[in-house]
Write a protein that binds this ligand. Sequence first.
Ligand SMILES: [Fe+2]
Length: 398
Amino acid sequence: MKRLTLLLGALLLTAAALAQTAVPPTVRIAHGPYVLNVTEDGFTVVWDAKADAIGWVELAPMDGSHFYSAERPRYYDSHLGLCRVGRMHRVRIEGLQPGTTYRYRIMQRGIVLNEGNRRVILDDGDGSEVYRRKPYTIRTLDPAQEKVDFWMVNDIHARDSVFQLLIKEAPEAQPDFVCLNGDLASQTETEQTLWDACLGSASKILTPAGIPLAVTRGNHENRGAYAQHWLDYFPTPTGETYYTFRRGPAFFIVLDGCEDKPDNDPRYYGMGDWNEYRRQQAEWLKGVVNSDEFRAAPVRIVLMHMIPGKEDSWYGEQQIRRLFIPELAGKGIDLMLCGHYHRYHWIDDGSRGVDFPILVNSNNDCLRVSADAKGIDLKVVNTAGAVIKQHRIDKKNK
Ligand SMILES: [Fe+2]
């Protein structure tokens, strides 16, 4: 009898253990979200799940109603009409009104079981909080906005504590966006790298304040086993790392200078094809600077991590000068903003073959820019919040 009881007990324990392992825990949101590519009619939301899931965004107007007062429209992370299964999620919301603030939440359901066409079972889901805390908000672009304010940090190289100091005043100052101008980390080895480098903090500090990001790819973003996933984090309107956007009076051209050494340098292990990528960009750039949108903009700013070089500069900088500068010089560019040198430079002596100033921001300061049709004000602010350099570009003198 005793042996039978022990046997039954063992069987029950095994059954309980099996029951526990049969239902995996709900997949939680790991990091994010942050917002990119804000336009007059839409925006893109990006986040990361702890395991494979499908994802969507729910949207609500600012009409005073509780988020739970109605079934909100869903915008899925889908491709070719099929919900994407994975950890990184990116959702484009479109069809919105210009100059309008919207509330949104991110939602996901983890994959409990995926037996293909036999059956797929999803978990109960996880989402950003809208019951105890306010939902996230974002404002679409207002075409009548006459001034743009933005901040730029670069070359963080995974020094997240420095990044936090540089952007901590943003929720109060409310810039239109924060530009991460390359070298977020030194190499991207895993899915976690960029979140740890600064994206986790960007999500925590900027997203609740309704501040989106604009991101350029630095030369270090080409390095590491996970480097190929850059566009999973930062999708662009072109599907490339180079693109344009408009914000207030300013037209922005985002360029990718690629790597700094020749493609065949041993450090790149035979994996680089950046000569060709820069050549493609130069072709694309010809069309951009001849477009009506570019010509009609009162202010024109180029964002690029690397810098057009001098004759004795490293290879990548020389190629930027050879391929990009002929398309930019004489076209009415007001300013180029770069990183890469890890030191501040104000270059307006024509030594880089351009007819516009280049501000190279250090790796320890935040550049704060205000631009309108009359001119551009630039302030370099250190981690203590002190203005250590300033410039004024007066459009009337151009
Ligand atoms: Fe750097």
